[in-house]
Ligand binder design. Structure first.
Ligand SMILES: *[C@@H]1O[C@H](CO)[C@@H](O)[C@H](O)[C@H]1NC(C)=O
Ligand SMILES: *[C@@H]1O[C@H](CO)[C@@H](O)[C@H](O)[C@H]1NC(C)=O
Ligand SMILES: *[C@@H]1O[C@H](CO)[C@@H](O)[C@H](O)[C@H]1NC(C)=O
Ligand SMILES: *[C@@H]1O[C@H](CO)[C@@H](O)[C@H](O)[C@H]1NC(C)=O
Ligand SMILES: *[C@@H]1O[C@H](CO)[C@@H](O)[C@H](O)[C@H]1NC(C)=O
Length: 358
C-alpha cells in the first residue's frame, strides 16, 4: 500500500533535488501569475528592435524601433554571429531598472510558406541557420541536458545558443554589467527562434552562472524541449511568460502530442493574446484553453506582437550595415562584437569549435 506513494515521493524528491541543484533559490510565495502588461509592452519593443539591420543605429540606440518605452537604453554589447546569422544585444535599461538581453529571430524570407497549421512540414526552411536547424519540425528531441534528469531539448536550437559566439558574449556582458552596475535583475526577451535561444540563455545564466534574478518573456517561440525539461525550466525560472499572439503558428511547432512520451512540451506560463485580452494560462505549459484551442494557425499573427513588427526590414539576406568607425572587434571566425568598454580576452579568441580545433 505504501510502496507506490513512497516511490512517488522519492521520484518527486529526486526531481526537486535535480531541478533545485546548485543552491537555486526559488522564492516561495511569489505569485508568478502576476503578469505585468506594461513590462510586456516594453520587452516586446526590445524584441522588435533587435531585428534592426543597421548595427550603428542599434548600437547607439537611435534606430526607428529604439523609441518610446525603451528610451534611454544603453547597449553595452552587440554581438553578430555572421556564420550562423544570429544577432543579440545586452544592455542596461532605465525602466525597468534591469539588464536586458534580446536575441533576434531568424531572417529568412522563405521561412513561411502558406499552409494550414502543422501542415506543409517544409514551411520552416531555415537556411540562415541551416547548420543548426534542418528539418526543424521532424527533428526528434535528441539532446540530453546535463544536470537535468530526463530533460531533452532540440539539438539545433540548443547548439545555436550554446555553441556559437552568442553564449560567451552574452555571459561575459552580463557579468561585466553586474560588476559596474550592481546586481541588477536580468530580463531576457526574444521573438520566434530568438525566443527559443534566449530561453536557453536565461537557463544558462541561472544554472551555470549563479544569477538568480532572471525574468524571461518570449514572443511566439517554438517548443524547445520535452515535459521534464519544461518543468525543470519553470522551477529554475519561475518568472517566465511565453506570449502567444492569437493564432501564431510558430507557438504550435514542433507539434505537441499529449500521449506521446517523447513529445515536445512548452514550458509555462503562456499568456495568450486574443480579442484584445491577455489570457493568463495555467502552469502546465500546454493549457488546452489557451492557444492550443485554435485549429487554424496564422503566419501574420506571428509577425506582429502588440502592434509591433517582429521582423527585419530586409528579409532577403542575412545582411548587416555597419559603420567601420564603431568600436567593433571580431573573433577568429569573423563574428562581430561591438562593446562599450573593453571586453574580456576570453571573448576575442577562437569561439567557433572548428576554429578552435584547427
Ligand atoms: C495570483 O495572481 C492571480 C492573478 O493576478 C490571482 O487571481 C490569484 O488570486 C493570486 N494568488 C495568490 C495566492 O496571491
Ligand atoms: C513611438 O514613437 C514614434 C515616434 O518616435 C511614434 O510615431 C509612435 O506612434 C510611437 N508609438 C507608440 C506605440 O507610442
Ligand atoms: C510593471 O512594470 C512597469 C515597468 O517596469 C513598472 O513601472 C510597474 O511598477 C510594474 N507594475 C507592477 C504592479 O509591478
Ligand atoms: C557543442 O560543442 C561541443 C564541443 O565541441 C560538442 O561536444 C557538443 O555536442 C556540441 N553541442 C551541440 C548541441 O551541438
Ligand atoms: C555547450 O558548450 C560547451 C562549450 O563549448 C561544451 O563543452 C558543452 O558540451 C556544450 N553542451 C552541450 C550540451 O552541447
Amino acid at each position: 500500500m505504501e510502496r507506490p506513494a513512497l516511490l512517488k515521493m522519492t521520484i518527486f524528491i529526486c526531481l526537486l533535488t535535480a531541478c533545485n541543484g546548485r543552491e537555486i533559490k526559488i522564492k516561495t510565495g511569489d505569485n508568478t501569475t502576476n503578469f505585468n502588461h506594461t513590462l510586456a509592452l516594453i520587452l516586446a519593443e526590445y524584441a522588435s528592435a533587435v531585428y534592426t539591420v543597421d548595427l550603428s543605429e542599434l548600437f547607439s540606440w537611435t534606430c526607428a524601433r529604439c523609441n518610446n518605452l525603451t528610451m534611454g537604453f544603453e547597449v553595452i554589447e552587440l554581438v553578430v554571429d555572421i556564420q550562423n546569422c544570429l544577432q543579440a544585444f545586452v544592455g542596461v535599461a532605465p525602466d525597468p531598472n534591469a539588464i536586458v538581453i534580446a536575441i533576434r529571430g531568424t531572417q529568412e524570407n522563405s521561412l513561411w510558406l502558406n499552409g494550414q497549421c502543422l501542415k506543409g512540414m517544409h514551411l520552416l526552411n531555415l537556411n540562415s541557420v541551416q547548420n543548426w536547424i534542418e528539418d526543424f519540425i521532424w527533428q526528434e528531441l535528441d539532446l540530453k541536458l546535463p544536470d537535468m534528469p530526463g530533460a531533452m531539448v532540440h539539438r539545433g536550437l540548443y547548439g545555436a545558443y550554446n555553441n556559437t559566439s552568442l553564449r560567451p558574449a552574452i555571459v561575459e556582458a552580463v557579468d561585466r554589467i553586474r560588476e559596474s552596475y550592481g546586481e541588477l535583475p536580468v530580463m531576457a526577451t526574444g521573438h520566434s527562434m530568438g525566443g527559443a535561444l534566449v530561453a536557453f540563455a536565461a537557463l544558462d545564466l541561472v544554472m551555470n552562472h549563479g544569477i538568480d534574478n532572471v525574468h524571461l518573456m518570449t514572443f511566439g517561440q517554438p517548443r524547445i524541449g520535452n515535459e521534464a525539461f519544461a518543468s525543470c525550466f519553470y522551477k529554475y525560472i519561475p518568472n517566465t511568460f511565453r506570449i502567444v499572439h492569437n493564432r501564431d503558428i510558430v507557438a504550435h511547432l514542433p507539434p505537441y502530442y499529449s500521449f506521446y512520451w517523447k513529445s515536445y512540451h512548452h514550458f509555462p506560463r503562456e499568456v495568450w493574446l486574443h480579442d484584445d485580452i491577455e489570457q493568463i494560462c495555467d502552469d502546465s505549459g500546454e493549457d488546452p484553453s489557451c492557444s492550443r484551442s485554435v485549429w487554424i494557425c496564422s503566419i501574420n499573427d506571428h509577425k506582429t506582437y502588440y502592434g509591433l513588427s517582429m521582423e527585419a526590414e530586409d528579409w532577403s539576406t542575412c545582411r548587416i550595415i555597419m559603420d567601420r568607425s564603431l568600436p567593433y572587434q571580431t573573433d577568429v571566425a569573423g563574428n562581430i562584437i561591438l562593446a562599450k568598454d573593453a571586453i574580456g580576452p576570453s571573448i576575442v579568441k577562437p569561439i567557433s569549435q572548428k576554429a578552435a580545433a584547427m
